[in-house]
Ligand binder design. Structure first.
Ligand SMILES: CC[C@@H](C(=O)O)C(=O)SCCNC(=O)CCNC(=O)[C@H](O)C(C)(C)COP(=O)(O)OP(=O)(O)OC[C@H]1O[C@@H](n2cnc3c(N)ncnc32)[C@H](O)[C@@H]1OP(=O)(O)O
Length: 320
């Protein structure tokens, strides 16, 4: 299965073992609603902790992404946080527990054994980071399965994805926003890579993706200054793709409606075509040119002569 592939592929970790370790830190949920419109909504739901990621939520995230991979009618994905705020990163209670072997000796001991790390506390924290990295990076909401004609390499979900940022996106939450194609910010919202204040750097792939989104100079400033990026600054540096209208924002339902309308501009049309668009853009961005060109030709072959193509030819369309 996909899950098995993910966990066994990553540093030899076994699925069951990793799941057990993460499940030792429960709380919250990751909720998925697939809609008839072809747009799914994924909600990071742990409001008592400002939607921080517990261990069990990591496991659920992977499961939801697998469900999205199998959703062939899907075109778009909105990732939001519950109760008007996005995500405050890792659950600090779990991080503290793992950073202190006295609190959770059994967990740490088993973890250290399986990861081959030594047992000093300073090595345990980054080791946790690498477990989270395995889950987030490989389950990242951009994970796509290219059409089988191209092979089975997984790059990103074949959905156009948006992070709907209300309230705060901090630490790992800021990293999560970079795993989406687009970011929409509500008035008053903040994206902040607080890693420096935690004595850290991003470890979930957030730095590498941030550089691609805003460029090296801006990424250095954001990480070096742990800058609070508001919607205006977000637009200026290209981190935000849009700012929600003040009149609609503030109520979760309205913000979501607005995000759906925004995303609908790009997902209107037949699913195979929208998914092909995502595939050619991601392969162009992520793969070496020669491979990307081959991929594009193959993806083209999946829509050429397809229903949407034939219908367009039959209607003698004018594009003005
Ligand atoms: C950077 C590394 C990265 C990783 O890779 O691991 C991480 O993500 S580490 C986590 C980084 N995030 C933080 O440090 C967030 C710290 N929290 C805050 O700054 C504030 O709580 C807030 C998010 C700005 C909200 O402030 P406010 O509106 O004033 O609410 P409260 O502070 O009262 O929070 C309510 C409640 O939520 C708990 N909370 C918030 N964030 C977390 C978290 N990341 N993990 C666990 N719990 C969290 C907070 O402690 C409050 O709980 P109670 O005190 O029990 O009410």
């Amino acid at each position: 299965t996909t899950i098995l592939f993910i966990y066994t592929d990553a540093k030899g970790f076994q699925e069951k073992e990793i799941r057990e370790k993460l499940q030792a830190f429960p709380g919250g949920s990751i909720d998925l609603v697939k809609q008839e419109s072809g747009i799914a909504v994924l909600t990071v739901n742990n409001p008592a902790r400002m939607n921080a990621f517990s261990g069990s939520m990591m496991v659920e995230l992977e499961e939801r992404v697998s469900q999205l991979e199998e959703w062939t009618e899907g075109k778009g994905l909105i990732i939001q946080g519950a109760a008007g705020t996005f995500c405050s990163g890792s659950d600090l209670n779990a991080v503290r527990a793992i950073s202190n072997p006295q609190v959770s000796p059994q967990y740490c001991q088993r973890y250290i054994q399986s990861s081959g790390q030594s047992s000093t506390q300073s090595e345990i924290y980054p080791t946790l980071g690498s477990v989270l990295n395995v889950v987030i990076d490989i389950s990242n909401p951009q994970v796509i399965t290219l059409p089988s004609v191209v092979g089975s390499s997984r790059l990103a979900l074949p959905l156009l994805s948006v992070a709907l940022v209300e309230g705060n996106a901090l630490g790992g939450g800021a990293e999560l926003t970079t795993a989406c194609d687009f970011r929409l910010m509500a008035p008053g919202s903040v994206i902040q890579f607080v890693h420096k204040h935690m004595g850290l750097v991003p470890g979930w792939g957030g730095a590498a993706r941030l550089v691609r989104i805003v460029g090296g100079q801006n990424a250095l400033k954001m990480l070096g200054g742990a800058l609070k990026i508001d919607p205006e600054m977000g637009l200026q540096i290209g981190l935000a793709d849009g700012v929600l209208e003040g009149s609609l924002a503030g109520s979760g339902a309205n913000a979501l409606l607005e995000a759906e309308q925004w995303l609908g501009c790009y997902t209107t049309g037949p699913a195979p075509v929208i998914r092909a668009i995502k595939s050619v853009v991601v392969s162009g961005r992520e793969l070496p040119l020669e491979v990307a060109l081959r991929t594009e030709r193959d993806v083209f072959g999946t829509v050429w002569g397809g229903p949407a193509n034939l219908q367009a030819l039959a209607t003698k369309a004018k594009h003005k």
